[in-house]
Design a protein around this ligand. Structure first.
Ligand SMILES: [Zn+2]
Ligand SMILES: [Zn+2]
Length: 148
């Protein structure tokens, strides 16, 4: 079995470049308020890989981390502000992100991912001014309570 090509991504200014080795764990659209406000977007597409399959190609020292709670931090470029990363440093967050994963904002990745979007999560926190008309499952929080 051949190893799939790595996925690469970068911030707007290019100071930070990153790489993920597929297979990714998932690809979901998060509608939670934290994602919306942090990214200035109605929802954010997230994917992840185990930490050992994530690497910075350049600019790791340019990543600034905002800690939103004792166990959660958000990584962004110190020059252009692009929001790229999400990490859980310890278990205990109610949405239970995995501590052994690097979560990456999928829209920063170039080329074709190894999957397409599978679900909407935290759909109960969605904005009122946009309706997702697709047939993908829509979950309360990170599941398994399906809303639509
Ligand atoms: Zn940048
Ligand atoms: Zn979210």
């Amino acid at each position: 079995m051949s190893t799939p090509e790595p996925l690469t991504g970068r911030c707007l200014c290019g100071a930070i470049e990153l790489q993920m080795q597929p297979p990714t764990d998932f690809l979901g659209l998060c509608h939670c308020r934290s994602c919306r406000v942090s990214h200035g977007a109605p929802f954010v597409a997230w994917t992840s890989v185990p930490l050992e399959r994530f690497a910075f190609l350049r600019g790791e020292e340019r990543v600034r981390w905002y800690r939103s709670s004792p166990c959660i931090r958000w990584g962004f470029c110190d020059q252009c502000g692009s929001r790229l990363l999400y990490r859980a440093d310890e278990a205990g967050h109610p949405e239970s992100p995995q501590v052994d994963r690097m979560y990456v904002a999928a829209a920063c990745l170039e080329g074709t991912l190894d999957r397409t979007v599978e679900a909407h999560v935290s759909y109960e926190e969605r904005v009122a001014w946009y309706t997702c008309g697709d047939a993908l499952p829509k979950y309360r929080g990170k599941g398994p309570d399906r809303l639509a």
